[in-house]
Write a protein that binds this ligand. Structure first.
Ligand SMILES: *Cc1c(COP(=O)(O)O)cnc(C)c1O
Length: 405
């Protein structure tokens, strides 16, 4: 791989395909424009390879990936353990049905119960599906139907998950919601949660740190107070840990920072080391009964093999500690930039947000042109969620590029 991406465009032997890269690039952009529904505002990049914290495009240019599939590639791109596990499992059994047991699903379930500290899990295939499952579970267990959610929340794009997602751009064109009674309250305001809970509230659903909403870290006592309010009122508490899970914030799950347990939690993104998977976990006494929920692909052998390998890699390579350490180093360096166009640097572990005084689109372009992929969320927040295996030197380069930007 090329490491000297800053000097321009190079080709490695590997990336010199049968055609020249410009023709391949044009062909991809053309086919996409013609055949794919244009829902994504894509960056002008065609990616072809990834290793660790780096990705490479079809020109052979290399980038430090601070997007990481949006907090998906926590163990790094193409982690050898994950690759081997998928390859081996693909040769044994790719898919079966939940009408039958598999060893790999049982083993993953046991591991997830262990890392979440919850009682039982249910497997699905994505974050939105996990939120759907959490909402269904809350309704069926409580016998109530409405939800309290936070302003600036993001819980997914399916109709149910949209019902508790706040941003009007995602929501409004698809209304009415499934749960017409969702009460949106300001994030990090426990009194507002108390006031919003009604006789018909099944659950309060919160991200322990808001991702899409701008890497918003709640005040210290907030989640604990919400837990108490939920206990007093007999309301379930759902944590959406889809983005904050699997070491992202320096612990297995973000809830550990706040010393409280939800009743139900949703997971996805990093769970499979890059392979699509979702899951919920719930505490003792909260569970679906037979027939209440199902998924054709949920907990399939390939996804379970990938997730198990990813969990093992997080353990063996001490990636929780690494996330904490590198996150502290990264945040400190960003704070030391002392630029007056930076409003705030915030986050936990390697979930870092840099809020700036204006829309960050041009930052994203500049960074990309200088070999660093970053993502802009909530208009003016640079979201930095690199693989947890990112090195100090790579962080130095990223901070350097952001400072120049
Ligand atoms: C990404 C995200 C989702 C949705 O996940 P998908 O896999 O895209 O459906 C839900 N909740 C949170 C907190 C997320 O960050």
């Amino acid at each position: 791989m090329i490491t000297n991406f800053r000097k321009g465009v190079y080709l490695t032997e590997e990336t010199k395909g049968p055609q020249d890269p410009q023709a391949r690039y044009d062909s991809v952009i053309g086919k996409d424009a013609k055949c794919v529904m244009q829902t994504y505002g894509r960056q002008p990049l065609v990616l072809s390879k990834g290793r660790g914290a780096l990705v490479q495009d079809i020109y052979g240019r290399e980038y430090i990936d601070c997007v990481a599939g949006i907090a998906v590639n926590n163990v790094g791109h193409c982690h050898p353990k994950v690759v081997r596990a998928i390859q081996a499992q693909a040769g044994e059994l790719i898919h079966t049905s939940n009408l039958y047991y598999t060893e790999i699903q049982a083993e993953l379930a046991e591991n997830l119960v262990s890392v979440t500290g919850m009682e039982r899990v249910f497997f699905c295939n994505s974050g939105a599906e996990a939120v759907e499952a959490a909402m269904k579970l809350a309704r069926v267990v409580s016998g109530k139907s409405s939800f309290v959610a936070a302003e600036h929340s993001f819980h997914g794009r399916t109709i149910g998950a949209l019902s508790v997602t706040h941003k009007s751009m995602y929501r409004d064109p698809f209304m009415p919601p499934v749960s017409s009674e969702t009460a949106f309250v300001p994030y990090s305001d426990a009194d507002a949660v108390r006031k919003a809970i009604s006789k018909n509230t099944a659950a309060v659903i919160l991200e322990p740190i808001q991702g899409e909403g701008g890497v918003n870290v709640p005040d210290a006592g907030y989640l604990k107070e919400v837990r108490e309010i939920c206990d007093e009122t007999g309301t379930l508490l759902i944590f959406d840990e889809v983005q904050t899970g699997f070491g992202r914030t320096g612990t297995w799950f973000c809830k550990e920072h706040f010393g409280i347990e939800p009743d139900i939690m949703s997971m996805a993104k990093a769970i499979g080391g890059g392979f699509p998977m979702g899951a919920i976990a719930a505490r003792d006494g909260i569970s679906f009964e037979r027939g209440q929920h199902a998924s054709t692909f949920g907990g399939g052998p390939l996804a379970c093999a990938a997730a198990l390998a990813s969990i093992e890699a997080i353990r063996e390579e001490k990636l929780l500690e690494r996330s904490k350490e590198m996150g502290a180093y990264f945040t400190e360096k960003l704070r030391n930039m002392a630029r007056d166009d930076v409003v705030e640097v915030r986050g936990k572990g390697l979930m870092v947000g840099v809020e700036i005084k204006y829309p960050c689109g041009k930052f994203v372009d500049f960074a990309r042109e200088n070999g660093v992929l970053v993502n802009c969320t909530s208009d003016s927040v640079l979201r930095l969620v690199p693989p947890l295996v990112i090195t100090k030197e790579q962080i130095d380069t990223v901070v350097d590029v952001i400072e120049q930007a």
